[in-house]
Unconditional design. Sequence first.
Lengths: 113, 111
Amino acid sequence: NAGVTQTPKFQVLKTGQSMTLQCAQDMNHEYMSWYRQDPGMGLRLIHYSVGAGITDQGEVPNGYNVSRSTTEDFPLRLLSAAPSQTSVYFCASSYNGDSYEQYFGPGTRLTVT
Amino acid sequence: GESVGLHLPTLSVQEGDNSIINCAYSNSASDYFIWYKQESGKGPQFIIDIRSNMDKRQGQRVTVLLNKTVKHLSLQIAATQPGDSAVYFCAEKAPRQNFVFGPGTRLSVLP
């Protein structure tokens, strides 16, 4: 198993540009989520999905969209990048959302200038 | 390397000593807890978990202690090694709620 994979690993955007961060898992996990990690802060939940076709907002959803057309993939779209979205983004998956360990991808470091 | 953790508290221990990393959690309804290890440039890696019906759980060289009375969690690492150097953070979860993550502690192992 490859586990949770993310692409790209690094990305630089200009303010106003849009892009999609890719996330895929091959563990047949129902639950997938996106977090951002900023210096000195804990991981903050952006969006999550409890299964294909179902998504919901987390703690900091503004400026981001997600979709879940398959069990394996959970892309995160930045609609119009802002400097405040400069962060490290992690995708995670777990068997289901309730009380199971989450497996994290390697992260995408995004810089918005 | 990652910019994450620039402002984190740091625990420095001598190689071979035991390390204790602490975490205060916020929600008295939380019934599941995880400790993660995050090395520079990598995603968080699961270390050990514990449910609220337990006070202690042991893994390989690691022990997690849970004190529900004061809402405190600790991670003990025995015989700390250079490879243990990383940021460690806890996560709590209440039923039907999402995980909440602490900011972490940077562990530095001195030779």
